[in-house]
Design a protein around this ligand. Structure first.
Ligand code: 5GP
Length: 350
């Protein structure tokens, strides 16, 4: 047994120190970035925020709206080939360019992604996603997929430490997805005691990835726009969102009306709800590591996106960053014991 004494930080442990700025207005801030990927060699331009590949969030409907803002959507792995065919037929090239195909690591998953990618050459992104990215089998799967798809942009995860980021990049990943346990509907830390505070994971993993010309996605733990700004400030290239995009029209969830108020269910991919839907219940050898919550229905995700992008532009003006890449350079985190003032927290926002 060993103890690491240096403190690891989450989003709630810091704020970003304001800095002198030459920017006159938020409208001068450019949130789009252009990336060239290590193996795929192709480039992508857009705002590097991604809708999570959870089955309620990573939907075709979400992709249609997010793509209009030039954001990415990681499509969940549960759509059938037939559903993909129908979607691809009616969808523009721009939307397909902003879509990430998700997969697990089974033989059937591999067969399925081969079929999906054969449907359109405009699909460029693949996300190989497992809860625990520390297994050798996962690493060899990433390698196998890279050999089969030399030109696709491959993301792989999740991990939280630099040495595993390096291993995945050296095995063929262009981008590594970072986050174990920070998610809004995740109970892994409670059930297993495993985890890593997300901001420190970002800082350490970004350093490892950038040294090898790779990128990272910070996945999970953003509960407000300020957390997204902190993730970019910490060095994340992309930020993936689940809970912040939940409860909207574009999600895959039934709207429930209760006493005249509308709600929508949102659940973790390792929750009992998800396992009941996708694998017919919780297998006896495993525990549930996600929860189900009922959220007030929020209407179209469009309004939420405007709010997020406006907040990020504002962060950039506070530190004098003309774009997202500069935000990382101009971020100084201060460690704090307080965040927002909660005195009117139980009052409605009119
Ligand atoms: P959020 O943005 O809601 O904080 O986090 C979203 C992320 O949580 C997802 O992209 C995924 O990585 C993670 N996640 C989703 N469902 C579960 C779950 O049931 N258990 C765990 N451990 N993580 C989950």
């Amino acid at each position: 047994m060993r103890i690491e004494e240096d403190i690891k930080l989450g989003f709630k442990d810091v704020l970003i120190r304001p800095k002198r700025s030459l920017l006159k207005s938020r409208s001068q801030v450019e949130l789009s970035r252009n990336f060239i990927f290590k193996y795929a060699k192709s480039s992508w331009s857009g705002i590097p925020i991604i809708a999570s590949n959870m089955d309620t969030i990573g939907t075709f409907n979400m992709a249609m709206v997010l793509s209009s803002f030039n954001l990415l959507t990681a499509i969940n792995k549960y759509y059938s080939i037939k559903e993909w065919c129908i979607f691809i037929k009616k969808t523009s090239r721009k939307i397909l360019n902003n879509i990430i195909v998700s997969t697990g690591i089974s033989h059937d998953d591999f067969t399925k992604i081969k079929k999906i990618f054969s449907l359109s050459k405009d699909l460029n992104y693949l996300c190989i996603d497992v809860a625990n990215g520390y297994s050798e089998y996962f690493v060899s799967f990433v390698n196998k997929v890279r050999n089969y798809f030399p030109d696709k942009i491959i993301c792989a995860g999740n991990v939280v430490t630099g040495e595993m980021v390096e291993e995945l990049i050296l095995s063929g990943a262009d981008i590594v997805k970072v986050g174990i346990g920070p998610g809004s509907v995740c109970t892994t830390r409670i059930k297993t005691g495993i985890g890593y505070p997300q901001l420190s994971a970002i800082i350490e993993c970004a350093d490892a990835a950038h040294g090898l010309k790779g990128q990272i996605i910070s996945d999970g733990g953003c509960s407000v726009t300020g957390d997204i700004a902190k993730a970019f400030g910490g060095g994340s290239d992309f930020v993936m969102l689940g809970g912040m995009l939940a409860g909207h029209y574009e999600c895959n969830g039934k709207i429930i009306t209760n006493n005249g108020k509308k709600f929508m269910l949102f659940y973790g991919m390792s929750s009992k709800s998800a396992m009941n839907i996708h694998v017919g219940g919780v297998a006896s050898y495993r525990s549930v590591e996600g929860k189900t919550v009922k959220l007030p229905f929020k209407g179209s995700v469009e309004n939420t996106i405007y709010d997020i992008l406006g907040g990020l532009r504002s962060t950039c003006t506070y530190v004098g960053a003309g774009n997202l890449k500069e935000l990382t350079k101009r971020t100084t985190f201060i460690r704090v014991n307080e965040q927002e003032n909660l005195v009117f927290d139980n009052k409605k926002d009119f």
